[in-house]
Design a protein around this ligand. Structure first.
Ligand SMILES: CN1c2c(nc(N)[nH]c2=O)NC[C@@H]1CNc1ccc(C(=O)N[C@@H](CCC(=O)N[C@@H](CCC(=O)N[C@@H](CCC(=O)O)C(=O)O)C(=O)O)C(=O)O)cc1
Ligand SMILES: N[C@@H](CCS)C(=O)O
Ligand SMILES: [Zn+2]
Length: 760
């Protein structure tokens, strides 16, 4: 009779951690004050979990920025350039997370990447040949001591050695396998320290084994765990997986000496089949991931109990668990005081999920039928608002609705003529800094302290100023700055029918940054123009082209909480038609370049290659094509993707049939460029020439070097110059300085190109 969570949100119900870390970075509070706030948040989480009846309090899941970075620092995997800054441990940690620039010293941040198929991001641990892996920290143990002072049943968690090695970057000769012995030795030292505490379970997270695994991967995994589990330990070890199933390695998992296995029965499509066919060892505990850790809907107890009943385990070796960490959901539905009760009754955030675990436990182990019936009533009453016109529009779509003509090469000629841009056109990704005054203006409008006209007047002033700034700085294709948007997805959700919104349902995206995903509740459609007035106003201020700026259907879908009663394909096609309406409206109003951001397209690519097309790209790519299929050949369609981890799906990206794409490249050392070349990528490209996730200002020389590297691989007439993502999170001073350097590096390159031409 046990219940389990894999992890809990840590930003605080009111984003206390965000405010505290940002104050610390500005020097407004010191380390002790920051630690006190963090301790308060941990305490509150533990208390909440204890009160809910959860079997074990979860520790080890807190982080000031990211758990994988914590692990790397715990194991001394800290590149020399950060150690050389001679900062204290916390500031060394933040330097890796955010980059560092002070008193003539300048170091870039570590690369930031998507955590599997989520909108959470981790920092990539970097190993070089001199990395000396060893146990070098003690926060994990300190937290355990603190929790054990107040709570009896405590578990802790740690990302496992295999996932660490799979996600790490190896910059020297030595590769993952070479580091494995040292990594295992360091984990053994962690075991030794944990032995000093009254720990119930150690949860070792190994989500990397839900990927397709090679024989070498399996061999490495077995080698690591045979060795590690030989270390004496007085706590039990649960090998925890999530985001998929473990079909490639289940046989090994049940042979190894784990006390428990955590399997995901929701995203793990084959998990049930695997345990059904192969059985589950009676001497191990199954942590059955049956309560969704990613969605925000009430759990259907009947369905979950039926699932639990199918598992080949007894009451003694079953733990009812979440499918993944609750890091990916907001804290508390009760904070949503303005949400209609008929919607609210269907929602479940982290606090409610704790209660659901308790209910499921009571139903499954103690036969509490009343709770089952009560829950069923909620599901009997659910009504998603239907729009038959939207449904018909989706049904009536023909293959030709997804195809733009003429072909891209012909459009390219027409567009080059129309825009007559210089070589290496410069642009930005869309947003400019959302400075305090911008946020305050929106906050005052929301609170009714200023009216719509006053709100709009402020934004118009901002647009005017930034258009002027871009003209003076020498940009070729301008943007309006996105000052009217709280978030690129939430804003569109707010302007489309079919979405509902929360006030406090924040979810961590990276570091101190959080998002408040809108909830897709009914059929989606565009009821009124969304960006037309803003874009036409911005265009009226300049003779240079101003990009119309939209978020694409796949990204709106992926960064919202989706409904589960219709398929993703159906939902995303509805959104695509709504955005198509907006695209055509922008074009009708004279906007000649339209950027449709698909920042999240790569994010939800299934983790297993066999599912890439059938489960995702076969509907995601057409959804994007549908959005722009009806524009004129001379209208230039841009798209943007955060993070360039799409080496393997380059043909699918090209098949989006956009005219220009911009993406992140600088943090991942431009490796994508080789792949573009290899795959004869046809879309014009703007590989980001500097990293906007860090406050660090890149020098003109640095950007010039990056452009040179790009031009060594890609033809000059295909290349655009831009930062790697929107600038909304940055301050103005650093933004303007960085962009000025970008323009001067481009001008320098143009001059060199024309000089070479003259010479030739
Ligand atoms: C591009 N990215 C995005 C992702 N996901 C999205 N949904 N959106 C994205 O843009 N994923 C990948 C990348 C990187 N991820 C992020 C995620 C989040 C941010 C970010 O800047 N977040 C802001 C919050 C943005 C927002 O919604 N702001 C609102 C509310 C602002 C607010 O806090 N208001 C205060 C009151 C303000 C006052 O009075 O001063 C309050 O509510 O208490 C808004 O602007 O209206 C963050 O701060 O975390 C960036 C990249
Ligand atoms: N147009 C958006 C894209 C971010 S991914 C922005 O500039 O913020
Ligand atoms: Zn981006």
């Amino acid at each position: 009779m046990s219940t389990n969570i894999i992890g809990f949100p840590r930003i605080g119900e009111n984003r206390e951690l965000k405010r505290a870390t940002e104050k610390y970075w500005k020097g407004e509070i010191d380390q002790d004050q920051l630690n006190d706030i963090a301790d308060g948040l941990k305490d509150k989480n533990w208390q909440k979990q204890a009160e809910s009846g959860l079997t074990w309090i979860a520790t080890g899941d807190f982080s000031y920025f990211d758990n994988l970075l914590d692990l790397a620092n715990l194991l001394n995997i800290i590149p020399k350039r950060y150690k050389d800054l001679k900062l204290n441990p916390l500031d060394t940690y933040f330097a890796q997370a955010r980059g560092y620039q002070s008193e003539g010293k300048s170091v870039k941040a570590l690369p930031l990447k998507k955590w599997f198929n989520t909108n959470y991001h981790y920092l990539v641990p970097e190993f070089d040949d001199d990395t000396e892996v060893r146990l070098a920290g003690d926060t994990l143990f300190q937290d355990l001591t603190k929790a054990l002072k107040k709570h009896k049943n405590v578990k802790t968690s740690l990302i496992g050695p295999f996932t660490l090695l799979k996600l790490g970057h190896f910059s020297g000769e030595k590769q993952a396998r070479n580091f494995a012995p040292a990594v295992v030795a360091a984990y053994k030292d962690i075991f030794k320290k944990l032995n000093e505490h009254q720990l119930a379970w150690l949860q070792i997270d190994e989500p990397a084994i839900v990927f397709d695994l090679s024989d070498d991967d399996r061999a490495l995994f077995k080698e690591i765990y045979k060795d590690l589990l030989s270390e004496k330990h007085n706590f039990k070890v649960n090998l925890q997986t999530y985001f998929g199933d473990v079909r490639d390695i289940y046989d090994d998992l049940i042979e190894l000496d784990f006390d428990g296995l955590g399997l995901d029965f929701l995203e793990g499509k084959e998990s049930l089949d695997i345990v059904g066919k192969k059985g589950f060892p009676a001497d191990k505990v199954l942590f059955a991931g049956v309560l969704n850790g990613k969605n925000i809907w009430r759990n259907n107890y009947t369905a979950t109990i039926n699932l639990l009943k199918k598992l080949p385990v007894t009451e003694d070796n079953l733990v009812i668990s979440t499918s993944c960490s609750l890091l990916h959901v907001p804290y508390n539905v009760d904070n949503e005081t303005e949400l209609a009760s008929d919607i609210k009754q269907h929602l479940s955030f982290a606090y409610q999920k704790l209660n659901e675990l308790n209910d499921l436990n009571a139903i499954y182990f103690d036969g509490h039928k009343d709770k089952l019936d009560e829950n069923q009533k909620v599901f009997d009453n659910i009504q998603h608002p239907a729009d038959t016109a939207v449904q018909k529009r989706v049904q009536d779509l023909k293959d030709s609705d997804f195809v733009r003509s003429p072909e891209r090469a012909k459009r390219e000629v027409l567009q080059k003529k129309r825009f007559n841009l210089p070589e290496l056109p410069t642009t930005t990704i869309g947003s400019f800094p959302q400075t305090k005054d911008v946020r305050e203006n929106r906050s005052r409008f929301r609170k009714g302290e200023i009216n719509r006209e006053q709100y709009q007047e402020f934004i118009d002033e901002k647009i005017k100023r930034i258009i002027k700034w871009q003209e003076e700085a020498g940009f070729d294709v301008l943007v309006h700055g996105e000052y009217e948007r709280n978030d690129m997805v939430e804003y569109f959700g707010e302007n489309l029918a079919g979405f509902v919104f929360t006030k406090k349902a924040w979810v961590q995206s990276y570091g101190s940054r959080a998002v408040k995903p809108p909830i897709i509740w009914g059929d989606v459609s565009r009821k009124h123009p969304i960006s037309v007035a803003t874009s036409t106003y911005a265009q009226s201020l300049t003779d240079k082209p101003v990009k119309g700026m939209l978020t694409g259907p796949v990204t709106i879908f992926n960064w919202s909480f989706p409904r589960e009663d219709i398929s993703p394909k159906e939902s995303v096609t509805q959104i695509a038609l709504a955005i198509q309406d907006e695209v055509l409206d922008l074009e009708k109003h004279g906007i000649a370049i339209i950027q449709i951001d698909e920042a999240a397209l790569r994010e939800k690519l299934p983790l297993r290659k066999t599912d890439w097309y059938s489960q995702y790209l076969d509907w995601a790519v057409p959804a994007f094509k549908l959005v722009h299929s009806r524009v004129q050949p001379e209208t230039q369609i841009h798209t943007h993707m955060c993070y360039s981890e799409f080496n393997d799906i380059i043909p699918a990206i090209d098949a989006l049939d956009a005219d220009v794409i911009s993406f992140e490249a600088s943090r991942s050392d431009l490796s994508i460029i080789d792949e573009l070349k290899k795959n004869h990528f046809e879309t014009e490209v703007g590989p980001g020439v500097y990293d906007i996730h860090s406050p660090r200002i890149p020098s003109t020389d640095e950007i010039h070097g990056i452009i040179q590297k790009i031009l060594a691989k890609l033809p000059v007439d295909k290349v655009w110059v831009n930062p790697d993502c929107g600038l909304k999170t940055r301050g103005e001073a650093e933004t303007f300085a960085s962009l000025e350097n970008l323009v001067s590096a481009t001008k320098q390159t143009r001059a060199e190109l024309s000089e070479n031409l003259v010479k030739e």
